[in-house]
Design a protein around this ligand. Structure first.
Ligand SMILES: [Zn+2]
Length: 66
């Protein structure tokens, strides 16, 4: 019971920490065209969408500068 509560708190902390970093430091938003899976990166190269595919569905990514 106690262990479970601790785990939840840690997850909440990590989630809020990631959100903070996204708003503060990241310049690019990468979104899967197929399933909508989204993540953020600081740097981007032109070959990113050719090299990488979505880990969940294998779809192509759409890169947006933010
Ligand atoms: Zn996908």
């Amino acid at each position: 019971m106690i262990f479970q509560e601790f785990g939840n708190k840690e997850q909440d902390y990590k989630a809020s920490n990631i959100e903070y970093k996204e708003k503060k430091n990241y310049n690019y938003k990468i979104e899967c065209k197929v399933c909508g899976y989204t993540f953020y990166r600081q740097r981007m190269n032109k070959n990113f969408t050719r090299k990488y595919r979505c880990g969940k569905c294998g779809g192509k990514f759409l890169v947006e500068e933010i």
